[in-house]
Design a protein around this ligand. Structure first.
Ligand code: AMP
Length: 302
């Protein structure tokens, strides 16, 4: 079951208490598709500028990602600059330069239009809907967003949510979107806008999945050295959606396994800057960490 993603492909400049990186490969769709590529075929929809080097394009192709929907336009690639303090759960955006995304009107290659699983990664909600309209009959649509769009385009975002089955969102953004400080209530409010499943990412505190009356909680992997949390959310989403597309099982037990697979991929990503750690993982490393997750949170009945 192929997976279609629209989102940002970016140059990121990031500062954490442990170091900094200038103009490195980033973007929501880049992290997402790299992570998902370990499990399924991924078709990417995004735009880059004339300054996007071939080595990055070749990397995406080397991961088997279909880049026919990755347009190269006149102008500069999207840029994001952010800083993290000792609380690595909170990114402080210093600068967002939309550049070529400002005038991007995605036109899907015909081969993409039959996609059954669609991920609307963090990008302008107008663009998320532009892409969705071109997909003939998607079976499952999931989405992510961030404070930037909640602040600047809330109405458009709520319109996108009407067509979304699964929303994957940060805890602070769930609160901001709903104006509700309690996460359980915030998730219920989001469900009333369309999504039947709400997945709340809580950084080092793990993930909560609200699915009708059921709630599932997965921990984050207790790493000794977290280097750069940039892209953790997108890498989580890529592991989650990629694994679901692979097993073709969108039931509650299937989604629980996928949540852990997403958490496994995110735990690798934060071990280094940019996509350095998830560029070339061995599948056995993924399996070993998945089992460590199982041991981490397993307990017997009383
Ligand atoms: P995450 O840490 O998972 O929330 O995602 C960080 C990635 O999102 C970075 O690689 C950025 O390039 C990208 N990003 C930051 N702001 C935006 C935005 N407003 N729209 C789209 N992508 C963004």
């Amino acid at each position: 079951m192929g997976l279609l993603v629209v989102g940002s492909v970016a140059f990121d400049s990031v500062e954490t208490p442990f170091g900094q990186a200038e103009e490195v490969l980033g973007g929501s769709a880049t992290y997402f598709s790299t992570s998902a590529s370990y499990f399924t075929d991924v078709s990417l929809v995004a735009v880059v500028g004339e300054d996007f080097p071939d080595k990055h394009m070749n990397f995406l192709k080397m991961r088997g990602i279909d880049t026919r929907g990755l347009e190269r336009a006149k102008g500069k690639t999207f840029r994001w600059q952010g800083r993290y303090g000792y609380d690595l759960n909170e990114a402080h955006t210093l600068k967002t330069e939309l550049n070529v995304f400002q005038h991007f009107r995605p036109k899907l290659p015909d081969e993409y239009k039959d996609a059954e699983v669609v991920f609307l990664a963090n990008i302008d909600p107008d663009l998320q809907r532009d892409v969705l309209k071109q997909v003939k009959s998607p079976k499952v649509v999931a989405a992510d967003t961030m404070n930037f769009w909640i602040e600047s385009k809330k109405e458009s975002l709520l319109e996108t949510l009407r067509s979304v089955d699964i929303l994957i969102i940060n805890d602070s953004e769930a609160r901001q979107l709903t104006g509700e400080p309690n996460l359980v209530k915030a998730a219920r409010l989001i469900e009333s806008h369309g999504p039947r499943t709400v997945i709340v990412k809580r950084g080092e505190h793990g993930v909560l999945m609200f699915n009708g009356n059921s709630v599932f909680s997965a921990p984050a992997y207790p790493l000794e050295a977290v280097f750069d949390p940039t892209g953790a959310g997108d890498t989580f989403a890529g592991g989650f959606m990629g694994y679901l597309s692979n097993i073709r099982d969108f039931s509650e037990p299937g989604m629980r396994k996928a949540i852990v697979m997403g958490s496994v991929m995110a735990s690798f990503n934060v071990e280094d800057f940019s996509l350095n750690r998830i560029r070339s993982l061995e599948f056995v490393e993924i399996e070993v960490r998945y089992r460590e997750f199982k041991r981490l949170s397993h307990f017997e009945d009383i």
